[in-house]
Design a protein around this ligand. Structure first.
Ligand code: MLT
Length: 410
């Protein structure tokens, strides 16, 4: 009989968002007239902008002619997209990258999980708490951890609490670690890291010989010009950091799927015998073997995000979501809730009122307001007593949800 990967059995039964979906579906079945508003999973609601759709259509048409048809593309991504990203998105930040350092993929969720392939199991890994659950669960799946304790902390992972006291930006790990996940702007708390804080992390990683996995999926939502968009804006980061970016929230690609991972050529890790190995070479090998690239029309659509029209339209949508964030944040703060995030990030992180647990507040909002959010404890034990609302809804729903929540608190 085949044996299963028993590390999966250490995980909680369901991934957070499908579990929420299950509860919401059950509620709607029992209350079909409720008019449920979903501000749970960070899924976009605005359609793709016209410049992106035009490029998408044109690329599909190319596939319809023998002369322009294309089969397999480069596993690393088409050069037209990689070069556009470097020129339009990194160079303006003062960051120079080679095209061989950028890898196009179908999502940062997959990349932040798949990157573990090229690192030894014996590495000590530090993650935030609360955290995007993928970082935690994928380390459990590959067998880096023991079981979870009664609070939900997996033995063998180093958790870095993110709380009100540290402004939801983690302090350096309490012990020596080899890999550190950082996510800024942060999912779920909406916190950002200042240039000084990021410089501190890069210096720390260089001193400790650690690698930072920098998840910048929400960088496009930064409104404060002083906040770095890329870890490579910090001196020395190319020697200690891998960066993940995504078109999902930036350009409405949650369903279309396109992202990128930057693995600088100078970034090295070691073999047990002390030989230095370039991680770019390993990631390239991994992708070439296990991945066949993102489809041509999707990459054409992604490149169109950076055309003059495309970026103007994309910015308008980002601004639209950030206005939603302001409406949620201001509306709930004026109703007496303590709210964080929502300024440089599309997530609002609020303290549950009256000491309710995160799941009790979830049930209260669902049952009394017919509004879906995400319980903070679903992101880790330090998220208990907090709740996340996403700003990706449509305007009408956002205004209505805030009104319903305000009324329920009076
Ligand atoms: C979230 O709601 O946290 C995100 O949509 C999840 C994701 O990007 O995978």
């Amino acid at each position: 009989m085949a044996l299963v990967n028993e590390h999966y059995l250490k995980l909680k039964a369901g991934y957070l968002f499908p579990e929420i979906g299950r509860r919401v579906r059950a509620f709607i079945e029992a209350n079909p007239q409720a008019g449920v508003i979903r501000l749970g999973i960070g899924d976009v609601t605005r359609p793709l902008s016209p410049a992106i759709i035009k490029a998408f259509h044109e690329a599909v048409d190319e596939l319809a002619c023998e002369e322009t048809f294309m089969g397999y593309g480069p596993e690393q991504g088409y050069e037209f997209l990689i070069d556009t990203i470097i020129e339009k998105s990194y160079n303006p930040l003062g960051v120079q990258l080679k095209s061989s350092e950028v890898f196009i993929s179908d999502g940062s969720k997959c990349d932040t999980a798949n990157i573990l392939d090229i690192f030894a199991l014996g590495n000590i890994v530090a993650i935030g708490d609360p955290v995007y659950p993928v970082y935690n669960d994928t380390n459990v799946m590959i067998g880096r951890t023991g079981d979870a304790d009664e609070k939900g902390y997996y033995q063998g992972l180093v958790y870095m609490p993110c709380n009100e006291a540290n402004g939801f930006t983690p302090n350096f790990p309490r012990r020596k670690v080899d890999i550190i996940y950082l996510c800024f702007p942060n999912n779920p708390t909406g916190a950002v890291a200042t240039r000084e804080q990021l410089t501190g992390w890069v210096d720390y990683a260089l001193r400790a010989d650690a690698i930072i996995f920098f998840d910048a999926a929400y960088e496009a939502f930064i409104t404060d010009p002083a906040i770095p968009h890329s870890i490579y804006e910090i001196e020395g980061a190319k020697r200690c950091a891998i960066e993940f970016r995504s078109f999902s929230k930036t350009a409405g690609f949650t369903g279309v799927r396109c992202a990128l991972t930057v693995v600088p050529e100078e970034l090295v890790a070691q073999t047990i015998s002390g030989e230095s190995v370039h991680l770019n070479r390993l990631w390239n090998r991994r992708q070439a073997t296990k991945f066949n690239g993102v489809s041509y029309p999707v990459q054409k659509a992604a490149a169109a995000v950076y055309s003059e029209e495309g970026w103007k339209q994309t910015r308008e949508i980002i601004d639209f979501y950030m206005e939603n964030a302001r409406i949620i944040r201001d509306g709930l703060a004026s109703a007496g809730l303590t709210v964080y995030g929502g300024v440089n990030a599309p997530y609002i992180w609020l303290k549950t009122p009256g000491g309710l647990t995160s799941w009790d507040f979830f049930d209260k909002l669902l049952n009394e307001c017919h509004v879906v959010g995400t319980p903070g404890s679903g992101f880790g034990p330090s998220g208990e007593g907090f709740f996340r609302l996403s700003a990706f809804g449509n305007r009408e729903n956002v205004i209505e949800a805030v009104e319903r929540i305000r009324k329920s608190l009076m």
